[in-house]
Write a protein of this length. Sequence first.
Length: 202
Amino acid sequence: MRAVILISGNGSNLQSLIDNAKKIDLEICSVISNNRDAFGLRRAEVANIESHFVNPSLFDSKDAFDKELISIIDELGVSLIVLAGYMQILSPEFISHFSGKILNIHPSLLPKFPGLNTHKKAIDAEEKYHGASVHFVTEELDGGPVISQEIVEVGPKDTESTLAQKVLEKEHILYPNVIHWYTQNRLKLINEDTATLDGKIL
């Protein structure tokens, strides 16, 4: 299945998808970043994957930026859009245009701790467990139906950094697995609140 990956930074989840692409029937036809210095662009280059840097400063609004993204992605003819550390909120127009085709991975056990600084929030809240969630993207920030999660224990000596590393290791297993469900047409978004796997509500 043809897919485009949107990134903003290091791209470690991108790398895990590159490494697992054949196994999960994924053709990464392009990597797009809103950050010129994203190391993920280098990862794409090494893997001989076409990449684009779309400069947000050239657009007078997020909506205008997203219209350009829509145009680029439509030309690519993909069936899946994967957010892998993409640090920009998508416009309603973008989400509507690609409804049911956008997946995101978030470093918390949603619905806990949407948004940023999730590891700090988990430590400050004295959570015993933390983790990562893959969900369909809808207009509510980090609020689309959760598809699958991986859990880690929060140890008494964990810092933001050590907890982030624990979660990232789980993400690199979780995301390819969920994307494989999607490439096999097992995973569907029914509405803004409901997703199904093999026809069963998650």
